[in-house]
Design a protein around this ligand. Structure first.
Ligand code: GLY
Ligand code: MN
Ligand code: MN
Length: 442
């Protein structure tokens, strides 16, 4: 692992440790393999909270953070440890079949985590002994309960123990603190998100240039994914949505198995991932390369909402106010076009929120709501969020003339909140009508 990455994850552990405070221990579980069918497993993906604190991408690992230290009863020195990473045991046969393992001896050197142990030792550390005298125990519950495979037995025992200790110790889900931390990106993370965006933009441009009637949606997807991989993105951020015509009105459409028709629009919602960091872009454009009058009318309304929301982003802006801005512009636009009498009914056609934080997760696990003690709705420098207004008119849309049926439009950009205001990380991808038509001609 390069020094910059090591330093980043170390800084995250340090901040997390300070936030949970003395008399606390955190046990953060990593992910395991999941079965797809028979002996075939899904490609491994690390839990993002665990990754944030470690950068470690092997399965069956877990991390203990103990700001006041825990005694290592297995060593003669009875050392007090503040961070321990538990990893898979080295195993030459399994490594021949499935790939190299780091091993506990290399944890400190490779990851910069003070102590490395084999995961079989975790059981000892989760005994009543280390939990005695504790005030607070932090666990990534939602992730922990899904853990299977070789960690299953340890997790099951741990859950039983939680039952016993719960009367004396506050047991807290670590996701809230980690979500808050993850919402403010450091320079190291911003660079990775920028790289993911750059790869996506390049791939979108190449793909938009090859669109023509008769292609299958999955052929468009293939082209996009070829460029992602070729340019350094090993995995997509999420399953691409390549939706011709009315398929765009299914918000998470991912069958991508229909033919593109010349009179229709094509909506692509996709993003490359780079080193675990995501991008998330949507562009909508005519299959023929030229917008019809109806398509253009709706497109310009969505584009206006996209641009005005982006213009409002700066530290201090309320995320919830962007939703209101978007709905207002969409409602006014449709009203002016004679397509919406009662502006309060805009949700019938705008269907979803205006965006979300993005980072290690595409819908980043970030606290943005108001709680009794905190107001996380206010944007801060270092937040990265999407702005993605949309309008959708599937066939049969009530009170909408038939010539608008089948139009589904979303325009999505990724925005970094900066000290001065904001930076649109996906601005290099054309989105105005003229620019799109010119690109598709080239
Ligand atoms: N691709 C999912 C989203 O845009 O939120
Ligand atoms: Mn998207
Ligand atoms: Mn999105």
């Amino acid at each position: 692992m390069i020094k910059e990455q090591k330093d980043f994850h170390k800084s995250r552990r340090k901040e997390f440790s300070q936030l949970i405070g003395k008399d606390s221990i955190a046990v953060i579980f990593g992910n395991t393999h999941y079965s797809k069918s028979y002996d075939d497993a899904y490609k491994f993906k690390q839990y993002k909270n665990f990754f944030y604190l470690t950068g470690f991408i092997e399965p069956n690992a877990s991390l203990i953070i103990a700001p006041s230290g825990v005694t290592d009863s297995s060593s003669d020195s009875k050392k007090s440890l503040e961070e321990i990473l538990f990893v898979q045991k080295r195993d030459s046969t399994l490594e021949t079949w499935n790939g190299k393992r780091l091993g506990n001896d290399n944890v400190k050197k490779e990851l910069g985590i003070e102590n490395g142990k084999e995961n079989t030792e975790l059981k000892k550390f989760l005994t009543r002994k280390i939990l005695t005298g504790l005030r607070r125990l932090y666990v990534n519950f939602a992730e922990m309960i899904k853990v299977s495979g070789e960690m299953k037995e340890i997790v099951t025992e741990f859950i039983d123990r939680l039952n016993i200790i719960a009367s004396g110790v506050e047991i807290i889900d670590a996701s809230y603190i980690l979500g808050k931390m993850r919402s403010v990106k450091g320079a190291y993370e911003v660079n990775l998100i920028k790289k993911a965006c750059e790869i996506s933009i390049k791939s979108y441009i190449e793909t938009m240039k090859m669109i023509k009637p008769g292609l299958m949606e999955y052929q468009v997807q293939a082209n996009l994914e070829y460029h992602y991989k070729f340019n350094g993105s090993i995995q997509n951020a999420y399953e691409p949505i390549v939706a011709g015509g009315e398929n765009a009105c299914i918000l998470h459409y991912e069958n991508n198995d229909q033919v593109l028709k010349s009179e229709e629009l094509l909506l692509i919602d996709s993003g490359a991932e780079y080193d675990y960091y995501n991008s998330d872009i949507t562009r909508t454009f005519p299959v023929s390369g030229k917008f019809s009058l109806e398509q253009k009318t709706i497109y310009e309304i969505v584009l206006k909402a996209n641009k005005e929301c982006i213009n409002k982003i700066k530290p201090g802006t309320r995320y919830s106010s962007l939703r209101d801005t978007s709905d207002k512009i969409l409602a006014d636009g449709l009203n002016k076009a004679g397509l919406l009498k009662n502006k309060k009914e805009i949700k019938k056609f705008s269907l979803h929120g205006v965006g979300h934080h993005i980072g290690l997760d595409t819908h980043d696990a970030v606290t943005s709501s108001k709680t009794f003690s905190e107001d996380n709705d206010v944007l801060k420098t270092g937040n990265v969020l999407t702005i993605e207004p949309g309008l959708y008119f599937p066939a049969g849309s009530k009170d909408i003339p038939q010539k608008f049926w089948g139009i589904g439009i979303r325009i999505e950009d990724d925005i970094l909140v900066t000290k001065e205001g904001s930076e649109n990380l996906t601005s290099a991808l054309v989105k105005d009508v003229k620019g799109i038509e010119e690109l598709m001609k080239s």
